[in-house]
Design a binder for this molecule. Structure first.
Ligand SMILES: [Ca+2]
Ligand SMILES: [Ca+2]
Length: 207
């Protein structure tokens, strides 16, 4: 079992502190950054169906990650996410410096841990091509820790770059509805506001 089987939960605290120091530099790994304006324009183009230059909650099904963080991104609480709001959130990822963050989340189906499932975090298409996918197995308690491939991370043990990701979940022996993989409605934001001690839950329903 990746991440949790080998390291156990207590490792997250120290790993988080460790990775906060993993900034880009001449002797460090290359950490890609997303252009806030370009990404925001791309998100609007992808999801804005009615042409009002903003993304409603109904339209956000085309961008599952924005659906997952809709209330957070709708800073002026008008029920729509506009380009300025997306730009502001993306810019905040780099307020200190580009970093790698350990990701932790729980995966449950019908309220129970979905042990043995495979989770893939796929960057939203409007973020460009540099971020890379995160992959993880799901442990007995529903824990998972999607991480980039080791060659992207150098000496950093695991983690992902800040970004908006579509979450795709499959299982070797259980039927998982297409709305959680091929046509996923699940999304996730990797950002400095992640708290590894309070992991978000990806809640699936078998119905
Ligand atoms: Ca719209
Ligand atoms: Ca708004």
């Amino acid at each position: 079992m990746r991440v949790f089987g080998k390291l156990g939960l207590p490792a997250w605290t120290s790993a988080f502190a460790l990775c906060l120091g993993c900034q880009a530099g001449p002797t460090q790994i290359s950490i890609p950054t997303v252009n806030p304006g370009t990404a925001a324009a791309g998100a609007i183009e992808l999801a804005d169906k009615d042409g009002d230059e903003a993304i409603s909650k109904e339209e956000a099904v085309a961008t599952p990650s924005l659906l997952a963080v809709f209330e957070k991104y709708d800073a002026n609480t008008d029920g729509r996410i506009d380009a300025a709001e997306i730009e502001g959130q993306i810019a905040s990822w780099y307020a200190k410096a580009p970093m790698v963050f350990p990701v932790r989340c729980l995966v449950k189906m019908d309220g129970r841990p979905l042990m043995g499932a495979k989770v893939v975090f796929e960057p939203e298409p409007f973020l460009g091509v540099d971020l890379g996918e995160g992959v993880s197995d799901v442990g007995a308690a529903g824990d998972c820790g999607p991480s980039l491939l080791p060659e992207r991370l150098g000496k950093i043990p695991y983690g992902m770059f800040c970004g908006l990701y579509r979450a795709k979940i499959t299982h070797p022996s259980r039927q998982i509805p297409a709305k959680y993989n091929e046509h996923t409605e699940l999304g996730f934001e990797v950002s400095p506001s992640l708290n590894p001690n309070d992991p978000p839950v990806l809640s699936l329903s078998s119905k």
